[in-house]
Design a protein around this ligand. Structure first.
Ligand SMILES: Cc1ncc(COP(=O)(O)O)c(C=O)c1O
Length: 433
């Protein structure tokens, strides 16, 4: 009885209080976004009977994406995991090589490296952006290092000037994992245009999506041809004249094939991506406007910190919106309790960052000895627990608060509501102790 009475007096939604937002009456913007043009494009593919294999939609999307990203070549593929793997293969990276990757990223960034028999070297990130720390990259370079894979994580950019300078100094390749950054710009240059190869994902959660899909971008013709062959069972792309002669899908020069598998995208995916890419610049602009406004409010809000935005980030793109939490200021309230309370107030998912890769439940190479135990030295080298990632650890366990990018498609009032919710939890933190 007494407990019931006390509960009634509680203010926070997570404790049975009234949530700030009634999502039944006032839903958040939906994701994915689609309209009758997507329906039309999908039906066009359906009726054409050309459902895959270098079809007109795939070619059109590749051209559009290259132009949008400001690169000479774009080669679409099945997803943003194989795009990384094929990028490594195109650069000739394999057994005996080391590749430096950030400790805070989706597992694919490192998993693609072990899948080409190379060793992922995990390095720590910067606390204010959660992106790879160039100072840690430089410390990790050895005579075996062949490449760096910076990840532009969530709403931040890896420092591409510093990464570029290290790559130049030690003669390393750069693969820009831009799975979160379609359309983002660093000093006026698009994500995915600054390294040897850019890699993108079009998985459902991404801000350009076809449910699944991936893309590889480059300015190097030789690499583009290799990437094209690698995603298509090793068939060399034909020249434009050959294409005109025989129609799409024919390949010449039999002696020139290379070993690979099928990593092709379908025409249905390409159709959705063409329509999505027409909408994305406007959506990115809206998300960036809202994020700037929200960050300016977070600056003034006790107990939280916006992510650092470098002045060189001329356009930001958001896979999700994240900010930093300060437990001390919330009277010792653990961040997971804060995230739960925020989710309950707003009716949205509020999550931690990715798990650091030295303790990530989905990055466990030592569970696959038949594939990865090439020899004892390699087996030890790919053990993620040998890396020390204190900043990643702090971010994941103590600081990170992440929400879906769809909230950034809302109104200014929606942004204000998020801050009001944080204030409410701050004022009633005692209820959660
Ligand atoms: C940073 C990063 N890299 C790579 C990937 C892999 O992309 P996909 O899911 O399309 O395979 C993801 C997907 O979440 C990602 O977030």
């Amino acid at each position: 009885m007494l407990n019931n009475k006390l509960n009634k007096m509680k203010k926070l939604a997570v404790n049975g209080g009234v949530p700030l937002r009634d999502v039944k009456k006032d839903p958040w913007p939906a994701w994915p976004v689609w309209n009758e043009n997507d329906e039309k494009a999908l039906l066009e593919v359906l009726h054409s009977g050309v459902w895959s294999y270098n079809g007109p939609k795939e070619k059109e999307f590749d051209r559009m994406f290259a132009a949008f990203t400001g690169v000479k070549y774009a080669v679409s593929t099945a997803n943003g995991t194989v795009s990384l793997q094929l990028a490594l293969e195109a650069l000739g990276i394999g057994y005996g090589d080391e590749v430096i990757v950030p400790g805070l990223t989706w597992q694919a960034t490192a998993a693609s490296v072990i899948d080409v028999n190379a060793v992922p070297v995990l390095v720590d990130v910067k606390e204010d952006t959660w992106c790879i720390d160039p100072a840690e990259v430089e410390k990790a370079v050895t005579t075996r290092t062949k490449a760096i894979i910076p990840v532009h994580l969530y709403g931040s950019f890896a420092d591409m000037d510093a990464i570029g300078a290290i790559a130049k100094k030690y003669n390393l390749h750069v693969i820009e994992d831009s799975a979160h950054k379609h359309g983002g710009e660093w000093n006026g240059k698009k994500a995915g245009s600054m390294g040897d190869i850019g890699s993108f994902s079009f998985q459902l959660s991404k801000h350009l999506t076809a449910g699944e899909g991936g893309m590889m971008t480059t300015n190097n013709k030789e690499l583009a041809d290799k990437l094209d062959a690698l995603r298509n069972c090793g068939r060399r792309p034909e020249t434009e004249e050959e294409e005109v002669d025989k129609g799409a899908g024919h390949y010449s020069d039999e002696g020139n094939f290379i070993q690979s598998g099928n990593y092709r995208i379908t025409e249905f995916q390409a159709a959705l991506l063409i329509e999505g890419l027409k909408r994305m610049p406007e959506q990115n602009r809206r998300r960036d406007d809202n994020a700037r406004y929200l960050n300016s409010l977070l600056e003034e809000t006790p107990g939280v910190l916006p992510m650092h935005r470098d002045p060189r980030e001329t356009k930001e793109a958001y896979f999700n919106f994240s900010f930093r939490y300060d437990r001390e200021e919330f009277k010792g309230l653990p961040v997971d309790k804060f995230r739960e309370a925020l989710a309950a107030e707003l009716g949205i998912d509020v999550e931690a960052s990715y798990e650091p890769l030295n303790q990530c439940s989905l990055y466990v190479p030592l569970t696959k000895p038949a594939r990865y135990r090439i020899n004892e030295e390699h087996w030890k080298a790919i053990d993620p627990s040998r890396f020390n990632l204190p900043v990643c650890d702090k971010i994941f366990h103590e600081e990170s608060v992440c929400t879906h990018h769809k909230i950034l498609l809302g109104s200014k009032e929606d942004m204000e509501q998020l801050v009001i919710a944080i204030r409410k939890i701050y004022d009633h933190a005692d209820e959660l102790m």
